[in-house]
Design a protein around this ligand. Structure first.
Ligand code: HEM
Length: 521
C-alpha cells in the first residue's frame, strides 16, 4: 500500500512539475496577436511537426484556420505564419521593423561554418553608434546593381557560351542522369562566369561534387545540428570548397571575378575579415549562383519533355520566335517572344519553390491595422500554401498548368475546366495578386539574381528542347519522368527530386550535325 501511495504521489508530483514547466515556458500572448494554433504536444509540438513534414506542415496549419496570419507558440517564443497573399504584401511593406538582416546574420555563419567573430562583423552593431551604414546595407549596394536586367548582358554571354559548349559536348545516344547533368553543368558554368577561368571548381572539378554534398546537408547546417558530427560528408564537402577558395583568394585570382565579387572582397577586407573566413562567405554567395536555378532547370526539362504536346509547342515557339539562324537561339527573343516557355518556367517555380521568406520582428509592429507582431519573433510567409491555394489559382492549383502564366507574369486564375481565360475575355478578378508568387521572395530583398536565373533556365531548356529527344535508357520501356518532389524537406530553396531520372539523349533527326549557339541579344 505504502509503495502504491508513493507511486501515485510521484506521478502527481511529476504531472504537477510538467504542468508548472509548460506554464513557466508558455509564451505570454497578447490578444491582438494573430490567432493562435496550439500544438498537440505543448511547447515543442510545432517543432516536431516542422521536422516531420517540412514546409508541408504549414498546409496542415492552413487547413485549421481561415485567418490570413497565425501564431505558432514554440517553446517560450512564437513564430507567425502568413497564409494569404495580401498579408504577405503587408509584411513586405514593413522592412523597417520586419527585417531580413538579423536572419542573414544568424543563418549565413551557420550555413558556411563561419566563426562567431565573423558573425559579429556581419551584425555590425557599432554602425548605429558610429553613425554609418551597416555592413549588410553596403553589401546589398555592391551585389544588387550588377545583377540588374540592364547589366547582365556580359555575364550572360559568358554563361550562354559555356552552356552551348556543354550541350554540344553531349555524345549522341548517351544516357545521362538528368538532375546530375543539369546541376553540374550549371555549377561549372556559373563558377567560371562569376569567378573566372581559374576558379577553384575549374582547377579541381571534384569541388563541384563537394559543393552538392554540402548543398544536400543544408538543413542540418541551418538548424545548427552539429554538421561536423551529424552529416560528415556535407561538412567535408564544405571544408574542401573553402580550402579551394582560400587558395583562390591567396593567389589573387579574385581579381578575375565579376565586379560585384571583387567589390565584396574589398568590403570584407575593410572589415578585417580573415582570408579563411572570406573563403567561407564565398560559399554563401556561390549557393545563390548554383543551387536554385539549376534545380529549377531540371524541373523545367522534366515538365516539358514529359508532355509530348507541350514539347512540340515549345519547339514551335522557339523555332518561330527565337531561332535567329539555323543553329542560334537568342535569349532576348526567348524572353520577349516566347510566352509559353516563360509560363512553363514560372509555373515550374510555383510548383517547386515554396520559399518561406523569413523576417525578424525588430520592434512591436501592428500589421494590416489589425495584428500585433511582437519584437523578437520570426514571421514567415508560407510560400507552399500561397502557391497551392485554390482560391488564388483556381481549382487546379495543385497541378502543373503550362498556360497559367501565359498572359501575365503574375499568373491568371484557371477556370473549373483548368483553362486559363485569355485577356480579352478575362475579368480583373482572374488576375492573380503578384504577392501570391513567392519563388523569388519579395520586397526589399526580392532575389536580385532573378534576371540571370531566368536567362539560364529559359536558355538551357530551349536549347535542350531544340537539340534532343529524350528516350528511355537501355532496358527501360519508357522514361521515368516526374520523380516525386521532396515535399517534406525544410525548404531551404527549390525542392529536389527524391529519385534519379535517367534519359537517353538522342540528337533530333535532321539536326545531328548542328553545333548549337546560345546568345544573349
Ligand atoms: C531559380 C533561381 C532562384 C530562386 C528561386 C531564388 C530565390 C531567392 C529567394 C527566395 C531569396 C530571398 C528573398 C526574400 O527573402 O525576399 C533570394 C535572395 C537572393 N538571391 Fe536568389 N534565387 C535564385 C537564383 C539566384 C541567382 C542565380 C543569384 C545570383 C546570380 C541569386 C542571388 C541572390 C541573392 C544575392 C539574394 C539575397 C538578397 C538580399 O539579401 O537582399 N539568386 N533568392
Amino acid at each position: 500500500m505504502a509503495t502504491a501511495e508513493a507511486i501515485v504521489a510521484a506521478l502527481v508530483l511529476g504531472l504537477l512539475s510538467a504542468a508548472f514547466l509548460v506554464n513557466f515556458f508558455r509564451v505570454k500572448l497578447d490578444p491582438r496577436e494573430p490567432p493562435v494554433i496550439q500544438p498537440k504536444i505543448p511547447l515543442i509540438g510545432h517543432i516536431i511537426g516542422l521536422m516531420r513534414d517540412g514546409a508541408s506542415y504549414f498546409e496542415k496549419i492552413s487547413a485549421q484556420t481561415k485567418s490570413p496570419i497565425v501564431t505558432l507558440p514554440i517553446l517560450n517564443s512564437r513564430t507567425y505564419v502568413v497564409l494569404s497573399p495580401s498579408m504577405a504584401q503587408h509584411i513586405m511593406r514593413s522592412p523597417a521593423t520586419l527585417s531580413f538582416d538579423p536572419i542573414v546574420v544568424e543563418m549565413t555563419p551557420r550555413m558556411v561554418g563561419a566563426s562567431n567573430a565573423t558573425k559579429e562583423i556581419i551584425r555590425d552593431a557599432k554602425a548605429k553608434l558610429e553613425n554609418r551604414k551597416p555592413m549588410l546595407d553596403t553589401s546589398h549596394e555592391i551585389i544588387n546593381p550588377p545583377l540588374n536586367a540592364g547589366r547582365i548582358g556580359g555575364i550572360s554571354a559568358v554563361q550562354l557560351h559555356l552552356f552551348s559548349d556543354a550541350v554540344n559536348a553531349i555524345s549522341d545516344g548517351s544516357t545521362i542522369e538528368l538532375f546530375r547533368w543539369v546541376t553540374r553543368t550549371v555549377t561549372a558554368s556559373a563558377m567560371k562566369t562569376f569567378y573566372g577561368p581559374e576558379n577553384p571548381f575549374a582547377l579541381n572539378p571534384q569541388l563541384i561534387e563537394d559543393f552538392w554534398k554540402w548543398d544536400a546537408g543544408m538543413p542540418t547546417f541551418l538548424l545548427g545540428l552539429l554538421p561536423n558530427l551529424t552529416c560528415r560528408e556535407a561538412y567535408q564537402g564544405l571544408e574542401n570548397c573553402v580550402a579551394g577558395f582560400v587558395d583562390y583568394i591567396e593567389k589573387g585570382r579574385i581579381n578575375q571575378a565579376y565586379c560585384l565579387l571583387q567589390e565584396r572582397n574589398k568590403l570584407h577586407d575593410t572589415f578585417g575579415i580573415s582570408t579563411s573566413e572570406k573563403a567561407r562567405l564565398e560559399m554563401g554567395i556561390a549557393f545563390g549562383f548554383n543551387s536554385n536555378a539549376s534545380i529549377t532547370t531540371f524541373w523545367v526539362l522534366n515538365n516539358i519533355f514529359s508532355r509530348p504536346d507541350l514539347l512540340a509547342e515549345i519547339r514551335q515557339e522557339v523555332e518561330s520566335n527565337a531561332l535567329v539562324s539555323p543553329d542560334t537561339i537568342s535569349y532576348t527573343c526567348l524572353k520577349n517572344s516566347c510566352p509559353l516557355l516563360n509560363s512553363v518556367m514560372r509555373e515550374t517555380l510555383r510548383m517547386t519553390s515554396p520559399m518561406l521568406t523569413p523576417r525578424f520582428v525588430t520592434a512591436d509592429t501592428i500589421i494590416a491595422d489589425t495584428y500585433l507582431l511582437r519584437a523578437g519573433s520570426v514571421v514567415q510567409i508560407a510560400g507552399g500554401v500561397l502557391h497551392t491555394s485554390t482560391s488564388t489559382w483556381g481549382p487546379d492549383a495543385t497541378s502543373f498548368n503550362p498556360h497559367r502564366f501565359l498572359h501575365t507574369p503574375s499568373g491568371t486564375r484557371s477556370s473549373p475546366s483548368g483553362a486559363i481565360p485569355n485577356p480579352s475575355s478575362s475579368s480583373k478578378d482572374d488576375a492573380v495578386n503578384p504577392a501570391a508568387f513567392r519563388a523569388f521572395g519579395g520586397g526589399l530583398h526580392l532575389c536580385p539574381g532573378r534576371y540571370f536565373a531566368q536567362m539560364e533556365i529559359a536558355s538551357l531548356a530551349a536549347v535542350m528542347a531544340m537539340a534532343f529527344d529524350f528516350e528511355p535508357p537501355e532496358g527501360q520501356e519508357r522514361v521515368a519522368f516526374d520523380p516525386p518532389v521532396d515535399a517534406k524537406a525544410i525548404p531551404v530553396g527549390t525542392l529536389k527530386p527524391t529519385r534519379q531520372l535517367h534519359v537517353r539523349v538522342k540528337r533530333r533527326q535532321g539536326m545531328e550535325g548542328v553545333r548549337w549557339v546560345l546568345r544573349y541579344e
